[in-house]
Design a protein around this ligand. Structure first.
Ligand SMILES: Nc1ncnc2c1ncn2[C@@H]1O[C@H](COP(=O)(O)OP(=O)(O)O)[C@@H](O)[C@H]1O
Ligand SMILES: [Mg+2]
Length: 224
């Protein structure tokens, strides 16, 4: 379970303060598939970064499996994040010079797995996204959809309870986007909770629940 309670986020812009989230509370249960939707600038990415412990709230609390994690030191938080949460971004965020296999291995290097174990697990993750025939390709040698599948394999490699995805189809054509969304559905059926941020309404048809964000506040909830 991932939970944020009354989260506020303020960015400091020189002398002015910009409050982007005005008190957001939500809970993602294990195994759920939730979309967070809303117009551009509504605070979706900010919220996702906070849910995923990539950034800290200015005010409010953050829980993982009933344990408050918002006040942990950076190192402890990074360890928890590495084990429990996988990330997928619109721009794929792959290392350009590294092969697909090496990109997927990266999270395991921080986790201290042996090289042999790393290769085995990275291969398994790439198999799950049906890219076993592309493991030695570099990002520039892959299509957009294939790049995103490498990024999904990287998110999967630690077998996380939660996968957070920020506009994962934003750089893809509709047909390729559909393949990616179906892949997320498959991973959800296999037990991973998915939190997907999107401004595209049709994407919400793939999820079990949609949370609408508008101007830094949740508009309505529990409508699918
Ligand atoms: N690092 C930052 N510093 C200052 N302002 C930011 C920063 N990140 C985002 N913002 C502002 O916060 C608001 C919400 O941004 P964001 O969370 O990226 O929205 P969305 O993902 O819904 O498009 C925007 O007005 C944006 O300009
Ligand atoms: Mg965004």
């Amino acid at each position: 379970m991932l939970k944020v309670v009354d989260v506020k986020k303020t960015y400091q812009m020189g002398k002015t303060e910009l409050e982007v989230l005005h008190g957001v509370s939500l809970e993602i249960k294990d195994g759920e598939f939730v979309c967070i939707t809303g117009p551009s600038g509504s605070g979706k990415s900010t919220l996702m970064h906070i849910i995923g412990c990539l950034d800290r709230p200015t005010l409010g609390k953050l829980f993982l499996d009933d344990k408050e994690i918002g006040r942990l030191d950076d190192r402890t938080l990074a360890e928890i994040r590495n084990k429990k949460i996988g990330f997928v971004f619109q721009q794929f965020n792959l290392l350009p010079r590294a092969t697909a296999l090496h990109n997927v291995e990266l999270p395991l290097i921080y986790g201290g797995a042996s090289p042999k174990e790393r290769v085995k697990r990275a291969n398994l993750a790439l198999e799950k996204v049906e890219l076993s025939d592309r493991i030695h390709h570099r990002p520039s040698e892959l299509s957009g959809g294939e790049r995103q599948r490498v990024a999904i394999a990287r998110a999967l490699v630690n077998n996380p309870s939660f996968i957070l995805a920020d506009e994962p189809t934003g750089n893809l054509d509709t047909k390729t986007g559909d393949i990616i969304l179906k892949l997320f559905q498959k991973l959800n059926k296999e037990g991973h909770a998915i939190v997907m941020v999107t401004h595209e309404r049709y994407v919400t048809e793939y999820s079990g629940r949609t949370i609408h964000l508008k101007d830094g506040l949740i508009e309505e909830k529990n409508e699918s």
